[in-house]
Write a protein of this length. Structure first.
Length: 322
């Protein structure tokens, strides 16, 4: 795929509209606010009910925008034209999007004179979609990163402008990796904008043959299938932390699996507790065995699996997930 050089951005401050919702987006938003460009507005998702009281909580990006006196739009839909009109009234030169959570219509993509760019948490074309961070860990990828891309109507299919790489460690959880990628996202965006202003940025089309997709993780994805390989279950425990968490059952009661490690030299029917010792229980899987190290029983706090097993009087021969 050949690169197409972009005309330089003006040196004068740009009018920038930002689109984003969760913590990752807020970290990138902070990087945008630290630049000399003028942020003319934020688009984010509506406030959401959270906690036991189900009280409405503003998205992290909205909280940040409020501190800086930035206008906030929270459309539930772009179909009625009101959000588009508000966007046009901002007269943005550039739109920056990071984990907004909604697809923008073509009419919105056409508003900024320098277009819309996206800060995406993967090395495109790998992991297009809503959950690239969890999917990368689940797949056993050794690295991930940030892609700055031009936005088009098709999800995450635009030309690549700039990328930064980051290793995925054997200890990374979905939450921890997201935090590191958020910081890298802000840094990579600043680099891209600097290169663009210097006339040293080019657009490279994605190779369709290399595309993989990252659909949104569902709560049901957390259910452990003990017939899967031990390595897959161990990665799931990390990838799905903090949500929805890898889960199984013991005697019909929910059990969350927060941490585990693969154990060699064990075999037995999938889901069967093979041994219980002070390092935690060992459970047979479809390939290899898994030692549970951190768990959380229903109505209990997170604890070491050895403490839980002792208190629950877990015995070898029991079958989890039955």
């Amino acid at each position: 795929m050949s690169d197409s050089p972009l005309a330089p951005l003006p040196r004068a401050p740009l009018r920038v509209a930002f689109f984003g919702t969760p913590d990752l987006a807020a970290t990138v938003f902070e990087a945008v606010l630290a630049e000399s460009d003028e942020v003319v507005g934020l688009f984010t998702r509506p406030d959401a009910a959270k906690g036991r009281g189900m009280s409405l909580v503003a998205p992290p990006t909205k909280q940040l925008a409020s501190k800086h006196g930035i206008a906030v739009e929270q459309p539930r839909s772009w179909k009625d034209g009101r959000a588009l009109e508000a966007f046009r009234k901002m007269e943005p030169d550039l739109a920056i999007v990071a984990a907004y959570g909604r697809l923008l219509p073509q009419a919105a993509l056409d508003v900024p004179r320098f277009g819309c760019i996206n800060v995406h948490a993967s090395l495109l074309p790998r992991w297009r979609g809503a959950d690239p961070i969890s999917r990368a860990i689940l797949a056993g990828d050794e690295e991930t990163g940030i892609t700055i891309m031009q936005m088009v109507l098709e999800m995450d299919a635009g030309a690549i402008l700039h990328q930064s790489r980051m290793p995925i460690t054997a200890e990374d959880t979905g939450g921890a990796l997201e935090q590191r990628l958020a910081v890298l996202g802000g840094e990579t965006l600043r680099e891209a904008l600097g290169l663009w202003r210097d006339g040293r940025l080019a657009a490279r089309e994605q190779n369709p043959a290399e595309v993989t997709t990252a659909p949104l993780v569902q709560k049901s994805d957390g259910r452990v299938d003990w017939t899967s390989p031990a390595a897959d279950i161990e990665r799931a425990a990390r990838a799905l932390d903090p949500w929805p968490c890898a889960t199984t059952t013991r005697q019909g009661a929910l059990l969350k699996l927060w941490r585990a490690r693969v154990e060699a030299g064990h075999a037995g029917p999938a889901g069967t507790v093979l041994s219980v010792d002070r390092d935690g229980p060992v459970v047979a899987t479809g390939r290899g065995a898994l030692r549970l190290t951190d768990v959380q029983a229903a109505g209990k706090r997170r604890m070491s699996a050895s403490d839980w097993a002792r208190g629950a009087r877990l015995e070898p021969g029991e079958v989890l997930g039955r």
